[in-house]
Design a protein around this ligand. Sequence first.
Ligand SMILES: C=CC1=C(C)c2cc3[nH]c(cc4nc(cc5[nH]c(cc1n2)c(C)c5CCC(=O)O)C(CCC(=O)O)=C4C)c(C)c3C=C
Ligand SMILES: [Fe+2]
Ligand SMILES: [Fe+2]
Length: 362
Amino acid sequence: MKYKGSPGFDHAQTPRIGVLITNLGTPEAPEKKALKPYLKQFLSDPRVVEVPRLLWWFILNVIILNVRPARSAEAYATVWEEEGSPLLLHTRDQASALQEALTQRHGDRILVDYAMRYGRPAVSNRIQAMLKAGVRKLVVIPLYPQYSGPTGGSTFDALAEDFRARRWLPDLRFVAQYHDHPGYIRALADSIKAYREAHGSADKLIFSYHGEPLRYLEEGDPYHCQCHKTTRLVAESLGLAEDDYLTTFQSRFGREEWLQPYTDETLKSLPDRGVRKVQVVCPGFSADCLETIEEIGEENREYFMDAGGEDYAYIPCLNATPAHIDFLADLAEEQLSGWLEERTDPALSARLAAEMGYVPKS
Ligand SMILES: C=CC1=C(C)c2cc3[nH]c(cc4nc(cc5[nH]c(cc1n2)c(C)c5CCC(=O)O)C(CCC(=O)O)=C4C)c(C)c3C=C
Ligand SMILES: [Fe+2]
Ligand SMILES: [Fe+2]
């Protein structure tokens, strides 16, 4: 195997610290032909769908990829913005705001970038660019507060896949979860509090998280427990009573049982139980995307209202709000312990390398 070298390496380059935020990824356009490669890459990942490969290859290629792209494209078209997918735009805005916050705190030592696990900008593409810009120490923060194999685990796989082809690896720190970080809980609780101060409260606050197959929990995935812990900590911080809120799971896919209770079925049943006003928040998503804007903001609103509900509100994700960015800057900073001391004198390194007669190939 020929390992990838270090493009443009220069001994006089100041070593930098990289902070790479990532999210799931999104199609290039809200169209069937763009949905197909996106869904194929995503749903072929064994971390996402844990089904024997041969059987899954058949189901995916013969059934799902012939039906789902058109249906998903229609849903994406309802949320698409002029500049692109909401998930991509929010992630880009988070990266630039985080760059600004960390530059204010530490000058130009820290380089922030963003990548998507599936689709573009790809993880390996951004790592290559960061290394080229002199990054020798790298913090990776997948923006999934609660860890799960299909999200954080899979992002680590993408990093590992990139690193196994590289000659010179950077120092690496990886934030696998932050579901109970006091700064994250505070940012969430404050956003709910601000929403309720502006719009009033509801009979119930629903904490809706993306689901996953129940089997993953049974086989040791901590995601379900971490979602419940986030809910409990936010509820405590808001001073809610047990009857004031619920944790539910959305975005079911396929036929097997997923984590329960399901968001849609819960919302359909609440009016009969005397709950007429609900507010829904999605603390498993750090940016608004198809699953929050369309599924929670539109589809589930209809279920609730059709079942006799009177008032339904969706409280937006933290996105690139100052409170979220401040927290992410703190989270990144916690990972920098010992990394901010400068141990390299680039000019001296360059002079010694020149004396040695060493000229690296770029
Ligand atoms: C097939 C199984 C899936 C698992 C397991 C899963 C877990 C999971 N996903 C997120 C976050 C997001 N998922 C999003 C979209 C999405 N998710 C699945 C399937 C699984 N997700 C599909 C097929 C799709 C595509 C949309 C569709 O066709 O319905 C998104 C939104 C992306 C966007 O572009 O807006 C996010 C974000 C988490 C946190 C999670 C954890 C268990
Ligand atoms: Fe998903
Ligand atoms: Fe649990």
